[in-house]
Design a protein around this ligand. Sequence first.
Ligand code: CAA
Length: 257
Amino acid sequence: MPQTLAVECFEHGVRLITLQRPQALNALTTELLAELASALAEAEADPDARAVVLTGSARAFAAGADIKEMAERDLVGILNDPRQASWHAITRFSKPLIAAVNGFALGGGCELAMHADIIIAGEDARFGQPEINLGIMPGAGGTQRLLRAVGKSMAMQMVLGGESIDARHALRAGLVSEVTQPEYTVERALQLATLIAGKAPLAVRLAKEALLKAMDTDLATGLRFERQAFTLLAGTRDRDEGIRAFQDKRPAHFSGQ
Ligand code: CAA
């Protein structure tokens, strides 16, 4: 039984993972990250799980790495940090992951939200990389993913100045795709997850992979990958079903085959 998060399974293969360390604003301990990696590994292995929503509480999605835990780790401890394995496992999750962010998403919390494929933010959400205030810098992808999401100038301002931005600012900057009233953030993310869960799983998986490729490759390589993925899907039953359903003027029922 996980101690730091809760997993709920909904209809249509949608799962909701809720971080539950309210006493520390969901600060990311080694245990929490390991439990999150394990919950995602379970969703990865279950063919019925088609999309995952990750959320925190009304006050905080996550306020960063747990500073109390971090204070006890020296250089060797950081070099041998087991958290790296958890971050890698989260990065490798191949199914759609939607972050529903209310309140603080700071430091590792902002980095965690950026591991998601889509971020839906409540109006009260705040995104930031305040590590510089602790004499350190982001270490879980903050410098790389934030720059790709919001561009150089804004990323420099947030990382070097340690200033956070609100949800509307994050929307304008392209960090999040939608802003909702805080009480509807999770509902909206679940709705979106249900929509995506109804699509052909193999097409969703390859489309996600192709989109992520765009972040770390040149255009020609990315286009080659896209074409190969597109071609692979021609061998799936879901492609036949999608096209036949369109011609029959009925909804498609995708099996993941
Ligand atoms: N780690 C551990 N505990 C944390 C925490 C964190 N990142 N953030 C908040 N908490 C704890 C506080 O210590 C406090 O606990 P106590 O009541 O036991 O003192 C509790 O959560 C509530 O926090 P505050 O009283 O501070 O709440 P606030 O509303 O006044 O302020 C806040 C909220 C602005 C988010 C403030 O808590 C804050 O600045 N937190 C730290 C944010 C931060 O610096 N994050 C980056 C961490 S480093 C990192 O993330 C690096 C990495 O991943 C690689």
